[in-house]
Design a protein around this ligand. Structure first.
Ligand code: GRG
Length: 296
């Protein structure tokens, strides 16, 4: 099977599972279910759950164990996007090709929809673990990896550094730290939680950690390059929305060409980290290239 059809197959699997997990409970207050579903089912690349499934397949783990964790991470990711789009944060009107949650449901409901998705993520993992308690230590550890990645030392910390850096020129060290937390932590979480759930050895775990750190960085460098190149196409000038918002990026720090070299090197490092897995790592290696070549 080729990369594209693998991606489509896993996307479908994840979308079906997410749809099943998120039910609309009719009656007073059911708008919260609708607002949650609106953003969760609005598409997106499903990169994080796909990472979890790919690691599981490579390690020949039990996919049933991984699906609830993979879906939980997608719920956490979607909550972060809803909150990030709010007027108090990035104040965006569109996300995943449709109006942002607060544009449709209002700010208060968007805050609550994000909060509810975050809670639903842990409820889902806990419900599955309570009903399938064999290997419970691994499942709890996987949950902790996800909680750490999403929390005040992970994604939220990165968001805070981002907020505090607006309008300031930051150095490479701070930029990398910010992205390691803001974007990298929730890319690392599916790889490492799935590695644990799928019975990775210590060595395999460390190699996958190295891979995940590099694709997380590559994801962000590419994001920064797209911000500029997208603007170039749309506005005919070399100035992205990040630069306009006074944000330091890989492009503002290094320029487009050097950022592209950095992106190549980072993707190569990710691929190198997987060499000892041989052919079994084909999908994860192609996923690193997909991150480099993506257009959205
Ligand atoms: C508000 C708690 C809180 C955190 C926000 C991750 C984050 C922190 C905000 C997202 C803002 C953003 C656009 C960051 C750039 C990288 C990123 C996470 C992009 C969106 O991820 P994709 O491209 O999105 O995987 P899809 O829609 O494909 O899932």
């Amino acid at each position: 099977m080729d990369f594209k059809s693998h991606m489509e197959k896993w996307n479908l699997l994840i979308n079906n599972a997410l749809g099943d997990y998120l039910t609309i409970n009719d009656g007073p207050g059911s708008n919260i279910n609708k607002a949650m579903k609106y953003s969760l089912m609005a598409g997106g690349k499903r990169l994080r759950p796909v990472l979890a499934l790919a690691v599981c397949e490579m390690l020949e783990g039990d996919r049933n164990d991984v699906i609830p964790f993979a879906c939980a991470i997608e719920m956490i990711h979607t909550y972060s996007l809803i909150h990030d789009d709010l007027p108090a944060m990035d104040n965006d009107d569109y996300r995943r090709g449709i109006p942002t949650n607060h544009k449709v449901y209002g700010e208060a409901m968007a805050i609550l929809a994000g909060d509810a998705l975050l809670n639903k993520a842990y409820e889902l993992m806990l419900t599955y673990t309570a009903a399938n308690s064999e290997g419970i230590k691994r499942k709890l550890e996987a949950m902790k990896i996800i909680a750490d990645g999403a929390g005040a030392e992970g994604m939220i910390r990165g968001q805070v550094v981002d907020l505090e850096s607006e309008g300031a020129v930051i150095n490479r060290e701070i930029l990398e730290y910010m992205h390691k937390c803001k974007t990298g932590a929730l890319i690392k979480a599916p790889v490492l939680s799935s590695a644990l759930l799928s019975g990775a050895s210590d060595k395999e775990y460390r190699l996958l950690e190295n891979y995940a750190e590099n694709i997380g960085l590559a994801f962000q460098i590419k994001d920064d390059i797209m911000d500029v190149k997208g603007s170039l196409e749309q506005m005919g000038k070399l100035s992205g929305s990040d630069a306009a918002a006074g944000k330091s990026t890989y492009v503002t720090l290094f320029g487009v060409e050097e950022a592209e070299v950095l992106l190549d090197n980072t993707v190569n490092s990710a691929v190198d980290a997987l060499q000892s897995f041989g052919e079994k790592a084909w999908f994860l290696k192609e996923l690193a290239e997909f991150i480099k070549n993506r257009c959205s």
